[in-house]
Design a protein around this ligand. Structure first.
Ligand SMILES: NC(=O)c1ccc[n+]([C@@H]2O[C@H](COP(=O)([O-])OP(=O)(O)OC[C@H]3O[C@@H](n4cnc5c(N)ncnc54)[C@H](OP(=O)(O)O)[C@@H]3O)[C@@H](O)[C@H]2O)c1
Length: 344
């Protein structure tokens, strides 16, 4: 049986992607022995699928919010990275049973057609396959490029990483720590804050939801100011960080997840942007896709750390493809803890 998460209609401007109104679970008969393969194509069964905040971009009305991501058409199935097993192959490079890191869709079975063959990679023996959706995949590259290419830290500097228990934040904060920085994190629950200090070994962390003042929390944990604010959230948190930046501070801006589900005219208006002039701050937006040439270098750095335990990574597993829409909703409401993957 095939199961697909079909996109129904966009959430209202700024609304959260309500699991039942935005998507529909569709099942249909599927005979894996009778798929119509073209030469070179591969039929895979998806074992784990990635759900990511950027999927929200495809659901915007382009007349209201512009973005580099193509608009997702109602009635279609969203594309994503996955870990998949080959079920049938018309390609000499892939055999039945091979475990692959793949570019597939929010569905159980995917025929990987010719344009998407370039994304297939065999999962290396001895590596947790789910790590390909985290530290060894796009989130890892986003963290690696943001730290090494955009932030360019010097040992001893202070970095604040936002969305620190998310996929990118966990990797960025541990890399920064390994490079000799003082690392401060933040999260939306006390349990997550404890994880950051006790498990990831950060120097300090705070609960951004319960802090009486974000500015005071940053001041308390960064008494000498912030050299680098690794921004994954935007909004009020970015605004508070702007008030605490040191002269010549850097702000790699990879995401603004706090703003993704707000009406376009209710998004947070920054009040402290003048600091970029007053303190000579560089804000640089970037996307991981621009740094794909660093993939091998990033993996060479992270694979041994994951194997010897000097880097750790927490996964939030959503059980069952039919629960994917609820898992997607959870990315924006604090329900996820770690990188969310769907176990199909
Ligand atoms: N530029 C790129 O190429 C690129 C690539 C990947 C990701 N990103 C961006 O990086 C950011 C994090 O992505 P991810 O994949 O690491 O996330 P993730 O693993 O899906 O986790 C979601 C994170 O967002 C945080 N969050 C959700 N709503 C928030 C809010 N209103 N205020 C503050 N934090 C909030 C959550 O923190 P709590 O649970 O503590 O609330 C959690 O840490 C997103 O903005 C994403 O778009 C950019």
């Amino acid at each position: 049986m095939q199961t697909q998460i079909v996109y129904l209609k966009p959430p209202a401007d700024g609304a959260l992607p309500d699991p039942t109104g935005t998507f529909k679970v569709v099942q249909s008969p599927f005979d894996t022995a009778a798929t119509d393969h073209q030469p070179g194509e591969v039929l895979v069964e998806n074992l784990y699928l990635s759900i990511d905040p950027y999927h929200r971009f495809g659901l915007y009305d382009p007349a209201v919010t512009r973005s580099q991501f193509p608009v997702t058409a109602p009635g279609t199935v969203i594309s994503t990275y996955g870990v998949s097993r080959v079920v049938r192959s018309a390609n000499p490079d892939y055999a039945m049973g091979d475990l692959l890191y793949s570019w597939v869709r929010w569905e159980r079975f995917t025929i990987v057609d010719t344009p998407n063959l370039q994304y297939l990679q065999k999962v290396k023996a001895g590596i947790d396959p789910v790590h390909y959706l985290g530290p060894l995949g796009t989130p890892g590259l986003t963290a690696y490029a943001g730290i090494t290419q955009v932030a360019r830290p010097r040992s001893g500097e202070t970095i604040v990483v936002s969305a620190t228990t998310g996929a990118v934040g966990m990797v960025a904060s541990q890399l920064a720590k390994a490079l000799g920085l003082r690392v401060v994190g933040m999260a939306g629950s006390d349990e997550k804050v404890r994880y950051l200090v006790d498990e990831l070994g950060l120097d300090a962390a705070f609960n951004y939801r319960t802090a009486a003042s974000l500015e005071e929390a940053l001041k308390e944990h960064c008494p000498d100011g912030i050299d680098i604010f690794f921004d994954l959230v935007g909004g009020e948190i970015l605004d508070a960080a702007l008030t605490q930046m040191k002269l010549g501070g850097r702000i790699p801006s990879a995401g603004m997840v706090s703003q993704y589900n707000l009406p376009h005219d209710k998004r947070y208006g920054l009040k402290n942007l003048h600091s970029i002039v007053g303190m000579d701050i560089t804000i640089q937006s970037y996307r991981s896709a621009s740094w794909e040439h660093l993939f091998a270098e990033m993996r060479a750095e992270f694979e041994p750390r994951l194997s010897d335990g000097t880097m750790t990574f927490k996964t939030h597993v959503v059980e069952g493809l039919e629960n994917l829409p609820a898992g997607f909703y959870g990315l924006f409401t604090g329900q996820s803890f770690g990188k969310t993957v769907v176990k199909v």
